[in-house]
Design a protein around this ligand. Structure first.
Ligand code: G3H
Length: 545
């Protein structure tokens, strides 16, 4: 059997017969998800629904068929605007119960939510795995990382509040400074980290006293259903509202009302620009955006090639390359490119393909139906301009499965050189002078991260100083990644706006406000009374333990 035959044989046997799936991983019957959350009420939708299919196919007598996971509501502009009204009213121009609540009480609500969220772990993880094809291990990691993020955010908020407990005295003016909410936040997350990335905006937004309207992406919808009750039971009515449906019908009308104060969006810069421009008063809109990227790995002639190969495999192909932080182009010095390509394709050949629940599986089916055709188009363009697929069986498509492809040599005139592929295609460029790579980064539309592989301290140091002004994170002999979540996550150019990290996000979703009083005895007397009789949450000197 040739390698190609072997690949086809493996692919033919890739998808399971439903009855053979181990019971603990089996999805079961499709669910009818009709619920959505508005104004503290879980409502049921009896209008148009959309079918939700898994990227996982089942082997049937008629060949592989995508598993139907259930149906989900296609709400309309009317329900989206109702949700906005609920959030708007709960905020009530900053006078609502939630934005004026004591910090300690908002923290208690969030703690109640985490407890209820943790009870849904098994169901959320299983749905995540089936809905977006993420491995079981990574789905569990996404859930646990999100819980940890919430707990860390609560701790960071306590620290922030402790710092605000005191009063300032400057030039005869007494000052009390605290961070206050901004208003109504529209949160929209991506399909690849539908829980984690969404919650990295939604949770700090809520905690700081904003009210939220959350609409999940087109893919990665059902996993939110088990959390609706937890949201409903943990927060006052209208503080968090969750709607499902097409972005075009629901989100555009929301922006046009001008009642959205913060847009927290993770997706493409094209969509972000459209949304921002729909707001009638752009000056009132704050945006927190995590957008596309084309993070390069640069393998210098003095790099430890084995280490670079391992990190580039992880960086380019974890979750099939569907991470905003993935390595999406590899620049390898021409003196080591043959060795690198050999070792890289060899390592890639050892990655395990399969279903998300299989032990040690790394390459899984893709959730976006149009992705294989898009990847093929990029590859065809590269091949027509002189590149080849250098790994056996690369780019072989079987239903939702796409065999990772390494494309070499990629050059400036190819789409793969500039466009974000967001999938299992690895373009390799061979370079002679580092200036070529610097120029690439300067001219790129993106500026999220870079991975730099090398051992020559002098050259590495010089490049670090140049690259920190091109991207926001320079990874030394390591793949690109967002974690740990306490570190800043952001991007230059079309890769983002604003900074997210546990601490930064609390700042991003709030504004400093202050109360100032001249140091005269009448004012001091009044402030003393307010503090002693606990008449104001803002003026409080309480120290949260
Ligand atoms: O898609 C973007 C994710 O936030 C990446 O997170 O780099 O930690 O996997 P990660």
């Amino acid at each position: 059997m040739t390698t190609k035959d072997l690949i086809w044989w493996n692919l033919e046997t890739l998808f399971p017969v439903e009855e053979e799936i181990p019971a603990q991983y089996s999805y079961g019957s499709p669910i009818s998800h009709t619920e959505y959350l508005i104004n503290g009420e879980i409502r049921h939708w009896n209008g148009q629904m959309q079918d939700i299919f898994s990227p996982v196919c089942l082997d049937t007598d008629n060949g592989p068929v995508k598993k139907l996971l259930g149906t989900s509501p296609l709400l309309t502009e009317k329900e989206a605007l109702e949700a906005l009204d609920a959030a708007y009213l709960a905020y009530n121009n900053g006078t609502g119960e939630w934005p004026t609540m004591a910090v300690e009480d908002r923290i208690k609500a969030m703690e109640k939510f985490v407890v209820a969220m943790k009870e849904q772990r098994a169901l959320v993880v299983k749905t995540l795995m089936w809905e977006i094809g993420k491995t079981l291990k990574d789905s569990e990691k996404e859930f646990d990382r999100t819980v940890e993020y919430i707990i860390d955010t609560i701790d960071a908020y306590k620290n922030l509040d402790r710092d605000s407990a005191q009063y300032e005295f400057e030039q005869g003016i007494i000052g009390k400074i605290r961070r206050c909410p901004l208003g109504v936040v529209l949160c929209m997350g991506p399909f690849n980290y539908p829980l984690n990335e969404t919650f990295t905006t939604l949770i700090p937004a809520l905690l700081m006293g904003n009210t939220v309207l959350f609409k999940p992406a087109k893919i990665g919808v059902l996993l939110h259903r088990p959390l609706l009750e937890a949201f409903k039971n943990s927060f006052p009515k209208g503080v968090i509202n969750i709607v499902f449906g097409r972005g075009r019908e629901t989100v555009g009308p929301l922006m046009k009302t001008g009642k959205i104060n913060v847009l927290a969006f993770i997706g493409t810069s094209k969509s972000a620009n459209i949304l921002k421009m729909q707001h009638p008063k752009p000056n009132r809109l704050r945006s927190v955006l995590a957008l596309e990227a084309k993070n390069p790995a640069i393998v210098l002639d003095h790099a430890d090639i084995d280490l670079a190969v391992n990190e580039c495999i992880l960086g380019a192909l974890s979750y099939n390359g569907q991470r905003c932080t993935a390595l999406k182009i590899l620049f390898v010095h021409n003196s080591v490119v043959d060795e690198f390509n050999y070792k890289f394709t060899e390592a890639l050949g050892k990655l395990k393909w399969g279903m998300p629940w299989e032990k040690d599986v790394q390459i899984t089916p893709l959730p976006e139906p149009e992705k294989p055709a898009f990847l093929n188009e990029l590859i065809e363009d590269a091949i027509s301009k002189g590149a080849s697929i250098i790994n056996e069986g690369g780019a072989t498509v079987h239903q939702t499965f796409y065999a990772p492809a390494v494309v070499y040599p990629v050059t400036k005139d190819m789409k793969l050189y500039h466009e974000e592929q967001f999938g299992p295609v690895v373009p390799i460029v061979s370079f002679e002078k580092i200036e070529e790579v610097i120029q690439y980064m300067v001219e790129s539309n993106y500026g999220q991260q870079v991975s730099l592989f090398g051992t020559d301290r002098e050259e590495m140091a010089g490049l670090i100083d140049k690259f920190v002004n091109q991207v926001c994170r320079v990874n030394i002999n390591s793949q690109c990644q967002r974690s740990p979540d306490v570190y800043p996550f952001n991007g230059r150019k079309d890769s983002g706006e604003g900074t997210l990290s546990v601490v930064d996000a609390l700042r991003t979703f709030s504004i400093r406000a202050m109360v100032a009083a001249k140091e005269i005895s009448a004012n001091k007397e009044m402030l003393r009374g307010i503090i002693k009789d606990r008449q104001s949450n803002f003026m409080s000197t309480d120290f949260i333990f």
